[in-house]
Design a protein around this ligand. Structure first.
Ligand code: ARG
Length: 401
């Protein structure tokens, strides 16, 4: 029987050419798999037909948009995960869900190998292949751009020579990856890290310099998950989409960073994540009133580690799973409403309420009704500073000798 290879197919030039390229290089049959993670753009049926037109023996489309929102974006939100303090892991969290569907398709179509369109310089090759090794240890991996010398120029020449149903003339100088959690843009003019991004780079966000009137929104959460916007019940996918629209119109969630790739290269990326950044801001502020201080401090450390693991392609690792359990436990009381104003590139919280809040007005107030016994503070401070005070006494004694 002819060997079969499942290809992660985006509908773009590189993966369209990869179908025939892999076929010629290996003699295998190629099955194209497109996964919907809320990237928008062309219809999946159009993409499916293109794959068949490019020589795929089967083309399969997986609607994973709700799955992606529920099982990948929501854990990222609960964690408030920002790699290097900036990046909400847009591409990093989409790879594991794509891997899941690739492995599933490989089983269904009897494939021995999984192929993807990544280069040999980035994080995504690692995320795909580590994921595949974990979920389908018997499957082989192949990356035509990296392993079969499929350069851009060769791809264009191949498409023209074979008359593939794909446009080769439209030259986009950027490499773009997008899904419902956000959009990532790199290469070209942006590789000079002094160059400011130009307007044409953005798609999910409007220019924050000329915003429309401020937009006040109330986001309701239950156990760390958004469940309503302005009182209207929403699914996680709907919440992200609605905030992409509203926060995007205000230019919220533009991020310009030079980040540390797993392969040791520093690289510049422009992100737009209006919904994700509005949700993370709201969620963090709700945690501020519902999560106990020590738990919250420790959670910030755990969250940073979680973001690094996910960035580094360890979504399916045991440590990531253990950290998930901790984070899930912290979300038990993260229920309530956050009111925020979206305006001029900012999502600013201006009100919060929760039945499970730890904020105690009677303890906090400086007005009458104060129940806090201030006389306890003196003794507390004495003991709190005792250890450092003893050490300081020793330092003075030793220095004086
Ligand atoms: N640098 C980001 C990451 O590794 C995004 C990569 C997405 N690719 C792109 N073509 N912009 O998660």
């Amino acid at each position: 029987m002819t060997e079969r290879i499942v290809l992660a197919y985006s509908g773009g030039l590189d993966t369209s050419v990869a179908i025939g390229w892999i076929g010629e290089a290996t003699g295998a049959e190629v099955i194209a798999v497109a996964v919907d993670v809320g990237q928008g753009g062309e219809s999946l049926e159009t993409i499916r037909q293109r794959a068949l037109g490019c020589g795929a023996v089967e083309a399969y489309v997986a609607d994973a948009s709700d799955e992606f929102a529920n099982e990948y974006c929501m854990p990222t939100l609960k964690t408030n995960a920002l790699y290097q303090g900036h990046y909400p892991l847009v591409s990093a969290i989409s790879r594991p869900v794509i891997v899941k569907h690739l492995v599933k398709a490989a089983r269904e179509f009897g494939a021995t190998t999984v192929a993807h369109g990544c280069t040999g310089k980035g994080n995504d090759q690692v995320r795909f292949e580590v994921g595949i090794q974990t979920l389908g240890p018997d499957l082989k991996c192949i990356a035509p751009v990296r392993d079969l010398a499929l350069t851009r120029d060769k791809a264009i020449a191949f498409a023209e020579e074979k008359g593939l149903p794909i446009e080769t003339t439209k030259k986009n100088p950027y490499s773009i990856d997008q899904n419902v959690w956000g959009r990532a843009v790199e290469t070209g003019y942006l590789e000079d890290i002094w160059n400011a991004p130009t307007k044409d780079i953005y798609d999910y966000t409007a220019t924050p310099e000329f915003p429309p009137a401020p937009d006040e929104v109330t986001i309701s959460f239950e156990a760390g998950v958004p469940v309503a916007i302005d009182g209207v019940r929403v699914t996680p996918l709907q919440a992200i989409k609605e905030l992409n629209r509203r926060a995007g119109a205000q230019g919220v969630g533009r991020i310009d960073v030079v980040e540390d790739r797993l392969v040791g290269i520093k690289s510049r990326e422009i992100y737009e994540a209006p919904g994700a950044m509005a949700l993370i801001t709201a969620h963090k502020h709700l945690e501020d009133i519902t999560v106990e201080r020590e738990q919250a401090r420790f959670k910030a450390t755990v969250g940073q580690r979680w973001a690094e693991l996910v960035y580094d392609g360890q979504w399916f690792s045991p440590l990531k799973r253990s950290l998930d359990a901790f984070i899930e436990d912290t979300q038990k009381y993260v229920t309530g409403d956050i009111r925020m104003t979206l305006h001029g590139g900012q999502a600013v919280v201006n009100g919060r309420r929760s039945e499970t809040s730890l904020y105690d007005f009677d303890l906090a107030t400086y007005d009458t009704g104060d129940t806090f016994d201030q006389s306890m503070a003196r003794g507390f401070i004495e003991l709190w500073g005792m250890s450092a005070k003893v050490a300081s006494g020793r330092d003075i004694r030793v220095a004086g000798k």
